[in-house]
Write a new protein. Structure first.
Ligand SMILES: Cc1ncc(COP(=O)(O)O)c(C=O)c1O
Length: 373
C-alpha cells in the first residue's frame, strides 16, 4: 500500500486556495490602523447574523469568553446549579464556575456523545437555574426535549455550540434554540480565524445588550461602568479573516460532508468501529469525524506509523479533572462518558482533504483489524 502523510488537521490547502483574498484583507487591515472592534467586526457580526438567522451576533475574543459572557448576561442566582455534560471541552464547565455557579453533570448518550436527555429531570431541584447542553462534533443535542424540560421547570438554556457553525436543528441554527448560544472560531473550527475568536448569538435583546457591554469592561458609555465586565473584544484582523472565509465556508462544508460520507460508508463495514449517528431533525456539519474504536490506543499508534494524524476528544471527562475534585464526583459516576474517553478517536478532516486520503485512512483501519488488532 502506498504511504500517504495525512495530518489530523491543516489549513495549508485552504490557504493555498485562497491566499490572495486572505492576504489582501490582512494588508488592508494593517494599513487601516483599526485593530480592535470597529467596522470589520461590525461587518462580520452582520454576516454572521445573516448566515445563522440570529437577531443579534456579538463578536468576542474566544469561544470560552463567549460562554463566560453569555452566562454572566443571563444573571442567574449566585450559587445556583447548571446542568451540563462531563464529556466536553473544559470551558463548557469552567464558564459555570467562573460565574459563581455550580456545575451538575449528567451522563451522555454513547451514540451521539451528547447529553442524555432522559437523565436530566432527575437532577433538577429548587436550586437548578439553567441547562448548558454541548453540541459535539457534527450535530446538536436533542433540543426538543431540552426545551420541553427547560419550559416545564423555568430554566434558562445556554447552548455550547462552539463546534456547531452551520449545524441546524429543525431548520434553526445551533445556538438559537435556547436563550443564547456561542460559537468558537478557533483555527481548527469549521469557520476558523487566524487565532482566538468567538461570538455569542441570540434572539434575546436583553442578553445581547448585556454581552455587548460586558465585552468592553462593562462600560456604557466608555469609562462609565454599569457591570464588572471583561476585556473580550474581537480583533479586527480576525474579523477580516472570518469575513473572507465565510465566502467559501459552504463549499468547505460540502467537502467535509463528502469525506464524512466516505468514512461512514467504508467504516460501517468494520465490526470493531462504530461510526457516528446523527439524530433525527439535524442537518449535520462535519466539524469532527469521531469514531468509537476497539483497541483505540493501538489503532491510533498504527495510524501514526502509517503517516495518519488523529486526535482524542476527550481523553479525560470533566468530572475527573483535578480542578473539579471539590465537586465530589468519582470514577464510575458517568460510565458512558468515561467509556467514550477510552474509545473515541477523531480521524483526519480538513478543507482540501481528498477522496484518496480518506480511502487511505479507511484502508489502514481495515488493515489494522484484519491483522487481529
Ligand atoms: C465544545 C467547546 N466548547 C468551548 C470551546 C471553547 O472555544 P475557544 O477555544 O474558542 O475558547 C470549544 C473549542 O475549543 C469547544 O469545542
Amino acid at each position: 500500500m502506498e504511504r500517504l502523510e495525512i495530518p489530523f488537521f491543516t489549513t495549508k490547502f485552504q490557504y493555498e486556495r485562497h491566499r490572495e483574498k486572505i492576504n489582501e484583507a490582512l494588508i488592508k487591515k494593517a494599513e487601516s490602523g483599526e485593530f480592535i472592534l470597529g467596522s470589520s467586526v461590525r461587518e462580520f457580526e452582520e454576516k454572521l447574523s445573516l448566515y445563522t438567522g440570529a437577531k443579534y451576533s456579538i463578536a468576542v475574543a474566544s469561544g470560552t469568553d463567549a460562554l463566560i459572557l453569555a452566562l454572566d448576561a443571563m444573571n442567574l442566582p449566585k450559587g445556583s446549579e447548571v446542568i451540563t455534560t462531563p464529556f466536553s471541552f473544559f470551558s463548557s464547565t469552567s464558564c459555570i464556575v467562573r460565574n459563581g455557579l455550580k456545575p451538575v453533570f449528567v451522563d451522555v448518550d454513547e451514540k451521539t456523545f451528547n447529553i442524555d436527555v432522559q437523565l436530566i429531570e432527575d437532577k433538577i431541584n429548587e436550586n437548578t437555574s439553567a441547562i448548558l447542553p454541548v453540541h459535539l462534533f457534527c450535530q446538536t443535542s436533542q433540543m426538543d426535549e431540552i426545551m420541553r424540560i427547560s419550559k416545564k421547570y423555568g430554566l434558562k438554556v445556554l447552548e455550547d455550540s462552539a463546534e456547531s457553525f452551520g449545524v441546524r436543528y429543525r431548520g434553526i441554527h445551533a445556538g438559537l434554540i435556547g436563550d443564547a448560544g456561542v460559537l468558537s472560531f478557533f483555527p481548527t473550527k469549521t469557520l476558523g480565524a487566524f487565532g482566538d475568536a468567538g461570538a455569542v448569538i441570540t434572539n434575546n435583546e436583553e442578553i445581547a445588550e448585556r454581552v455587548r457591554i460586558l465585552r468592553v469592561h462593562g462600560a456604557s458609555p466608555k469609562y462609565f461602568h454599569k457591570y464588572i465586565g471583561y476585556n473580550s473584544r474581537m480583533d479586527a484582523i480576525q474579523a477580516e479573516v472570518l469575513k473572507v472565509k465565510m465566502g467559501f465556508v459552504e463549499e468547505e462544508i460540502r467537502e467535509r460532508e463528502k469525506a464524512a460520507h466516505i468514512y461512514n460508508e467504508i467504516l460501517s463495514e468494520v465490526e470493531e468501529v462504530k461510526t457516528p449517528e446523527v439524530i433525527e431533525g439535524v442537518d449535520p456539519v462535519w466539524y469532527v469525524y469521531n469514531i468509537r474504536a476497539k483497541e483505540r490506543d493501538k489503532l491510533r499508534n498504527f495510524l501514526k506509523e502509517k503517516g495518519i494524524g488523529t486526535t482524542i476528544y476527550y481523553p479525560r471527562p470533566l468530572h475527573l479533572q483535578k480542578c473539579f475534585e471539590y465537586l465530589g464526583y468519582s470514577e464510575g459516576d458517568f460510565p458512558v462518558a468515561e467509556r467514550l474517553c477510552k474509545e473515541s478517536l477523531a480521524l483526519p478532516l480538513f478543507p482540501g482533504i481528498t477522496e484518496e486520503m480518506v480511502n487511505y485512512v479507511c484502508r489502514v483501519i481495515k488493515n489494522f483489524y484484519s491483522r487481529g488488532g
